[in-house]
Each structure stands twice: as structure tokens, then as C-alpha cells.
Design a protein around this ligand. Sequence first.
Ligand code: PLP
Length: 404
Amino acid sequence: MNYERMFERAIQSLKDESRYRVFTEIRRHAGDFPMATRFLEDGSEQKVTIWCSNDYLGMGQHPDVVAAIKNAADTYGAGAGGTRNISGNTRMICELERELADLHMKESALVFTSGYVSNDATLSTLGKLLPDCVILSDELNHASMIDGMRHAGCEKVIFRHNDARDLEDKLKSIDPARAKIIAFESVYSMDGDISPIRDFCDLADRYKAMTYLDEVHAVGLYGLRGGGVAEREGLMDRIDIIEGTLGKAYGVVGGFITASSNIIDAIRSYAKGFIFTTTLSPVMSAGALASVRHLKASRFERAMHQERAATLKSLLTDAGLPILPSVTHIVPLMVYNAELCKQASDMLLDDYGIYIQPINYPTVPRGLERLRLTPTPFHDDAMMAELVNALKDVWHRLDLRQAA
Ligand code: PLP
């Protein structure tokens, strides 16, 4: 048995497919986002502009968030001290949960260590608790939801992406007496499209199904108080469980669900991903709380974010670059080839100081590789002009496909 060789082979197969991932070592600068310093292997440093961060609003450097984190570290120390069941319940996390429940106008909330864990822990528990349950899942749901459904061990039925008609066909074919959950996202983060939430809720009512909505790429960003697309569309009360992250628009780390008190109590009591892991630290909880509170009250960041995204989309369209017609803040720039996508990303970084990770399989299907741009309120006109010029050069140098 040559174990080392087995691992080498696994790595080599990723390299052969041009989807071996390289993580560039960078240091972000609070107060100067999206600028960062890149550390090269030869020991030198390069100033780069980040164009692929999910810190969508730059809240990771917001003075209120940073101050709350510093203050919490000084006041409470670093860690939570254990799992919630053993000794990790802190007032800070309870306050955060009350704030999140209020954000989505639900009775209760539960915080997890990440959005991934919240999806995995919740869906796996729902599928086990509801007798003879079927989970109906959009075909493009995130890996964390897929894992949760797999761990639930119950039947899973996949419906076509954002397709209410296909979902209805699938619902019709299921015994009405069985428990059903429709699991979907609001903003799909690779294409930047939005699900027909209202249609899915109507179907849930008609076929007596529960609804589970991942708003990871929408919380903080949409709705009057940042409650997500369901808030914007006045549908929060029609969703049974809203799930979100504290790590993207809120700029910190952690995940959560909000729902009725009974649902939250059941997940709290049964979910392994909640019970058997150390609680999010009070320091990060304090940062997240400051961020959620700020974005509930301030609409400035959301308005700027939408304006910046619209401006970038129009600049890229004018330049003939092939972006997908995203209706959100996410700007997918298509390359359609893994190797070229990696080369384009390397060239942008090495030659132009522009940092955009290549997106390839399994995050997107093979042949649909892309650069995923995420403009923030901190990307100004000069940065956008610099980006568009660099992209035009790279597209020319690599002879990449233009917009149709
Ligand atoms: N759900 C979706 C749709 C995501 O895209 C992600 C992460 O990218 C997650 C959940 C996981 O969230 P987190 O990064 O907080 O673990």
C-alpha cells in the first residue's frame, strides 16, 4: 500500500483537468478594501485589487463591526468555551439570534458555525424528524444543501432549475399523505439568477409542503432591512425556514436559520451539526450582530452595491465581453474552458494585479467555466475602467469567445 502515491494520483487527476486549485496568499487591509497585498513565492509583494470577494458590501472592514469585535474580545475573551449543550451558550449569541429572528420576522433563530453547517445540519435533521419525508430539491442547489439531504437519508426528488411547472409535476406524483419539503435558494450565486419564490410558495400551499429557502447570497443585500429576496417580495411569512450566512454580505462568519419556535427547538434538540460542535465565538457573534444591525438600518450600502453592479455590467457589455444576463449583483463572465479560465485568471493577477479566482467544475458544470465578478460599493469608476481594459487585453491575448 503506497498511500502517498494514492494522494498524488488524486491531485494529478485534478491537474490533468486544469481544475487543481491554487489559493493566492493575500493580506486584506481594513480601511482599504478591495485593495490587498499578494505574497509571491519569490518573497516579493504585489498590490492587487480583489474582484471576487463575497464580502459583498465590504462589511468585513466596517468600523462598527471591527469595533464590536475588538470590544467583545476585550470583554469576553476569544472562544465560546464549548458546545451550547456543554458550556458554550453566550449572551452574545442569544442576542444575535433575537436580531436574526426579527430580521426575518420569525419567532426564533438558531446560529451555526457556518452557512454550510446550517444547511447540512438542518436539512439532515428535518428529513429524519418528519416521517416518510420527501425533499424536493432544485437541481442547482448548493453542495451544503445536497449534503444535508443526503445525510437525511430520506427520499430526494430533483426538479429542474427554477421551474415551477416541473416542481408541480413532481409534487403531483407524490402521495399527498407524505411529508414534503421544497428546498431552494433565492439568489443562485454562479449564474446570478433568482428563483420564483412566490410560485414555489403557491405550490407549497396547494400540495401541503414545507418551504426551505437558502438566502445566503441575498441576506444583507435585498429587502428593506436586508432580509433577502423574500423580504423584498413580501414573502417571508410564506417561507417556513429561511437560512442565511453571516460570512458574506455581513462580512464575518457563521450561519443561521430562522423559523417558528417549534422548528428551531426541534433542530436545536436533534441536529448533530449544532449539538456536537463548539459554538461560534462571542467575538465573531458580536461582529455579526453589529453588521446585521447596521444593515437593518442603513440602505446606503445596498443602493451603492446595486448601482456598482449595474455600472460594471453595462461597461462589460459595451466592451463585448460575454457576461451572463444576471439580475443580481453577481456578474458571471464566461470563458467556457477550464484551462483558458485558469490562464485568464493567472494573467489578470500576474500582469494586471487583478484578483479573480477561476470558477470550474464541480462548482459549475464542465464547459461553463467562468470568472465570477462581485463588484462592491468600494469598487470605484477608475477600478472598473482598469478591470475592463485588462479583461479586453486578456480576451485578445488568449483569443477567448466574445459576447454573441
Ligand atoms: N449556501 C449557498 C448557496 C452558498 O453559496 C454557500 C457558500 O458559498 C453556503 C450556503 C455556505 O455558506 P458559508 O460560506 O457561510 O458556509
